[in-house]
Design a protein around this ligand. Structure first.
Ligand SMILES: C[S@@+](CC[C@H](N)C(=O)[O-])C[C@H]1O[C@@H](n2cnc3c(N)ncnc32)[C@H](O)[C@@H]1O
Length: 279
């Protein structure tokens, strides 16, 4: 992945447990306890559609586009391959895949109808170097695809919103072909230090304020930092990816450590590459 210096490879703990295990009573769902009821989550994102892209640009000072391009570059398919972007929202990561890999068939999936409709409109309006992506309504926790259909499955700021993180990772892994990749871009808690203090100020104070002023929905943007707090850290997410059956799992931190880009490979038959251990 990109420049090696920012990457970490993660070895599973015996039994594939998260490196920093969330509370034991939450461990079977991957460590989440904030209310992630799917109907509530879909209704919240449905309300956010009109201002969703604007909020992303403002909250990240425009860096979210670069981060999505980095995630898309990690798919590394062959011409003619199929790529899937789950929790696609308004389609920005799906479109980044279509721009980066014009020889591939790209599908975006989301369970919020308003998000899918907005994504379709954006794809129609965008001049792309290849065929436009198609967008479907569907649930990440029960993907409507066969095993091994995709060369890579991506997700951007999606897995933090599901009530069963292990199942989400298992589904993404299931529809990835052997040798293919699962790529995950997600908000995360920065390591202790200046980055974490800045992140706390930014996410706990500034983001809800921006949510109130720009999106008219402070509650949705209070959910964002709460859901990051109540989510495995980058090492924990990497360990859960290993537990889902991926290997060579690695991640890099972006945005002062507030965003993590994880990549894992689905083992191919006869692939005996050992998981690399952290130095
Ligand atoms: C924070 S947005 C991310 C959108 C987009 N990936 C991006 O990069 O901006 C999260 C999206 O995940 C979707 N989502 C949440 N849970 C889902 C599920 N179980 N199945 C499908 N989509 C889901 C929501 O509808 C929402 O559009």
């Amino acid at each position: 992945m990109g420049r090696g210096r920012t990457l970490k490879a993660v070895a599973p703990r015996p039994g594939g447990e998260a490196l920093r295990t969330p509370r034991a009573d939450r461990a079977d769902t991957g460590g989440v306890s904030v209310d992630r009821d799917p109907a509530r989550i879909a209704a919240m994102f449905g309300r956010l559609v009109p201002r969703y892209d604007l909020m992303n640009r403002v909250m990240t000072v425009g860096l979210d586009r670069r981060w999505r391009r980095l995630a898309a570059a990690e798919a590394v398919p062959l011409p003619g391959d199929r790529l899937l972007d789950v929790c696609c929202g308004t389609g920005d990561l799906t479109l980044a895949l279509a721009e980066r890999w014009p020889g591939c068939t790209v599908i975006g999936l989301d369970f919020t109808p308003g998000m899918v409709a907005r994504a379709r409109r954006k794809a129609t309006a965008r001049a792309l170097p290849g065929p436009p992506p198609t967008f479907v309504e569907g649930d990440l926790l029960a993907l409507p695809f066969a095993d091994g259909e995709f060369a890579a499955v991506t997700v951007g700021w999606g897995v933090r919103n599901v009530p069963d993180l292990r199942r989400a990772l298992a589904e993404m892994t299931r529809v990835t072909r052997p040798g293919g990749r699962v790529v995950c871009l997600e908000s995360t808690r920065p390591p202790a230090g200046l980055g974490r203090r800045f992140h706390a100020l930014w996410s706990e104070r500034l983001v809800p304020l921006l949510g109130r002023v720009l999106a008219g929905d402070a509650a949705a943007y209070e959910y964002l930092p709460a859901s990051v707090r109540d989510f495995p850290d980058a090492e924990g997410l990497a360990a859960l990816m290993v537990a889902a059956g991926l290997e060579r799992v690695r991640f890099r931190r972006l945005g002062l450590g507030a965003v993590a880009l994880h990549v894992g490979v689905k083992p191919a038959p006869g692939d005996r590459t050992p998981v690399r251990r952290q130095a």
